[in-house]
Write a protein that binds this ligand. Structure first.
Ligand SMILES: *Cc1c(COP(=O)(O)O)cnc(C)c1O
Length: 404
């Protein structure tokens, strides 16, 4: 197996990335390295290796201890870095652990962060909590330049954003940020549909719990970035212990070859559902980048290869009607999270974005009637039938409500 090059297709990279070293060793299926410690026979060499890793570097000789380095995790990191077109990738125990590590690393460079809402509810909560001692300026996507200060250490954006699918123009964000590094949460798009580093981003974050895991059984977070930032992030990881378990890394790596297929098949189903929702009498709005008129900046094609498989939609009848839909779906699972092989539906205002400041939440479009849908691999007709019967019950429920 020769090393994939930049011209190797995404599909081939997804199958082989991070596995080259195994081919060299004559191993076919991936092993799981569960050892928590590693023999240190040569004290001088082992000590220097430990010191290198404590400073965020890679082992020079023995990995010494699994919080410092784990081969299973490292192989997956290499694979993901390749798919994102990044020099390196650093894995953490969850998406929020990855966000926290980025902010802690940023804090070494300055105390101020510029963030654009909407963001994932947990990220918003962490930034607003002040827990990490950072000052945050909330900006609109076109007001980033004005919010930058001499001590700004990072600009944080999400596109498409959770949960409204709002998209920002990354090249414009990077231009406004100037010398300040831009972190892009790429969880919704996946490396298959969008590679922010190509557009000038410095850090690309994934909650690998979502599409990268893809089967609803792993919690993980990843940051794809350059060598300098990867070194700082590994240093934070060694110090704070926010590591990814090798079993989780194994499951993620096992899911990587099917990522392009899953993302595209789920996207195909989502296109059908979004178009039908847009015509349904119980639905007042559908937010999906693939619908006509929903990509005014022309980002599909230029920045994103497709609209993805997430959408948000609002029903007539407010929270009550949305609660009926959530209660009546039978094939879809009413649950938070996204990007799994099965379809999940959730209510952001009540669940994932409950902790976000109420005014800011409404301002960024997370209304009481908004639901977020993550389309899985089921037959689109079956999904539509399920949604249609739940929407019918919501309409009937609201009609009963008004006649009371
Ligand atoms: C889920 C999610 C996160 C947080 O990831 P966890 O793995 O749940 O900690 C961050 N950003 C986005 C966009 C997410 O959807």
């Amino acid at each position: 197996m020769s090393k994939p090059t930049a011209s190797t297709s995404l599909e081939t990279q997804a199958v082989h990335a991070g596995r080259e070293v195994l081919h060299e060793q004559g191993i076919h299926a991936m092993p799981i390295d569960l050892s928590s410690t590693y023999p240190v026979q040569n004290l001088d060499e082992g000590g220097r290796s430990l010191e290198a890793m404590a400073m965020g570097g890679l082992p020079i000789g023995s990995p010494v201890y699994s919080r410092l380095y784990n081969p299973t995790v490292a192989r997956y990191e290499q694979g993901l870095a390749q798919l994102e077109g990044a020099a390196e990738c650093v894995a953490f125990g969850s998406g929020m652990a990855a966000v926290t590590a980025c902010l802690m690393a940023a804090k070494q460079r300055g105390g101020h962060i510029v963030a654009v809402r909407p963001l994932y509810g947990g990220t918003d909560h962490l930034l607003a909590s002040g827990m990490l001692g950072l000052e945050v300026s909330w900006a609109e996507a076109d007001g980033i330049a004005a919010a930058i200060r001499p001590d700004t250490a990072m600009v944080i954006v999400e596109t498409p954003a959770n949960p409204t699918l709002a998209m920002v123009d990354l090249e414009d964000v990077v231009r406004q940020a100037g010398k300040v590094p831009v972190l892009v949460d790429n969880t919704f798009a996946t490396p298959i549909l969008q590679n922010p580093i190509k557009h000038g981003a410095t850090l690309v974050l994934h909650s690998a719990t979502k599409f990268l895991g893809g089967h609803g059984d792993v919690l993980a977070g990843l940051v794809a970035t350059n060598n300098d930032w990867a070194t700082e992030l590994r240093k934070v990881r060694v110090i704070t212990g926010n590591v990814l378990h090798p079993l989780a890394a194994y499951l993620l790596h096992r899911s990587l070859p099917t990522l392009p297929l899953r993302v595209r098949a789920q996207q195909d189903g989502a296109k059908i559902i979004a178009e039908r929702l847009a015509k349904h009498p119980a639905v007042s709005a559908v937010h999906f980048p693939g619908l006509q008129g929903q990509d005014p900046k022309g980002l599909l094609g230029r920045q994103m290869k497709g609209p993805g498989s997430l959408m948000a939609f609002e029903v007539k009848g407010g929270f009550e009607a949305a609660a009926i839909v959530m209660a009546e779906v039978k094939l879809m699972t009413p649950a938070v999270s996204l990007g799994s092989v099965d379809t999940l539906i959730q209510h952001p205002a009540a669940l994932t974005h409950r902790v976000v400041d109420a005014e800011a939440r409404e301002h960024s479009g997370v209304s009481q009637s908004l639901m977020r849908l993550s389309v899985g691999l089921e037959g689109p007709e079956d999904l539509w039938a399920d949604l249609e019967q739940a929407l019918a019950k919501a309409m009937a429920g609201m009609a009963v409500g008004t006649s009371r």
